[in-house]
Design a protein around this ligand. Structure first.
Ligand code: ZN
Length: 273
């Protein structure tokens, strides 16, 4: 599985599918694995990497949200302590999420060497800046609704890593599957966390991680601009060319066009509510 980025603290794996990232952070105290995915060989490569760096640290497995592509690797790491939001543990419609995994695996004849189940969670994130301290390592978690209601992002202040989940990607504009106002608040929160911490590496759920603070802030601003412009467009019942051009500027604009239509429907629904 291709490694997109690596330094002494962290390895960012990138799946062949949807440029999905899986992050493994290693310290003396812990190994933190985030969203291991997609294909069995890719997950096996992540597992081997974890084994290689295992000096008896406690292993943690973070799910940034409950989309099926982010959870399907759970049982490949049976000895890891799982972490996710309260919303993740209370999620309704788990059968649909599992069905998405089964449908994907069946349509590509994929057999996984581990059972596919909805993750049961050991450490539940209830509030912003919830922090766990293990030895000299600390990890802080923040609730991140908007894309999905049950999102979480994580910060390792020591090495300065921010694992964002499906926000501030360079290959996707916002996919608003939950709520656009919540999405904007999560963007604000990401900016605040950037202000309050030294972030040396920002890892989105899809696309390219970056060490460039200006680039991270630009992605956040672009996301906010997209949502606000879309909302204005829907309020005034007119479509602006600039938004169409923005969507077209992404590499995979055919697939993204569907998400853009979903976003329109979502904001229309919010407007009527
Ligand atoms: Zn995703």
């Amino acid at each position: 599985m291709p490694v997109q980025y690596e330094n002494q603290h962290v390895t960012v794996f990138q799946s062949e599918l949807y440029q999905t990232t899986s992050t493994v952070a290693v310290t003396k105290d812990i190994i933190l694995i985030t969203d291991p995915t997609w294909l069995p060989g890719e997950i096996e490569a992540i597992r081997q990497h974890v084994d290689k760096h295992d000096n008896g640290q406690r292993k943690y497995l973070l799910f940034t949200h409950s989309d099926f592509d982010h959870i399907l690797g759970w049982k490949a790491f049976p000895d890891a302590v799982t972490i996710a939001s309260r919303g993740f543990t209370a999620k309704s419609g788990r059968e649909d999420i599992l069905q998405d995994i089964h449908d994907f695996d069946e349509s590509y004849y994929i057999q996984r060497p581990y059972p596919v189940e909805y993750p049961s969670i050991d450490i539940i994130i209830d509030h912003d800046e919830q922090t766990m301290e293990i030895g000299n390592t600390s990890v802080s978690f923040y609730l991140a609704p908007g894309h999905q209601a049950d999102g979480v992002f994580a910060v390792l202040p020591g090495p300065g890593i921010l694992i964002a989940g499906d926000y501030a990607s360079d290959v996707e504009f916002p996919f608003i599957h939950h709520d656009s106002r919540a999405y904007e608040r999560t963007l604000n929160k990401l900016e605040e966390v950037m202000d309050e911490n030294t972030i040396n590496l920002f890892v989105p759920g899809h696309g390219t991680c970056t060490a460039d603070g200006a680039e991270i802030r630009k992605r956040i601003r672009d996301s906010r601009w997209y949502i606000q412009t879309l909302r204005d467009e829907i309020r005034h019942q007119q479509s602006s060319e600039v938004l169409g051009a923005f969507v077209d500027s992404y590499s995979f604009s055919r697939y993204l066009g569907e998400e853009h239509e979903n976003n329109k429907a979502q904001i229309e629904k919010e407007r009527r509510a």
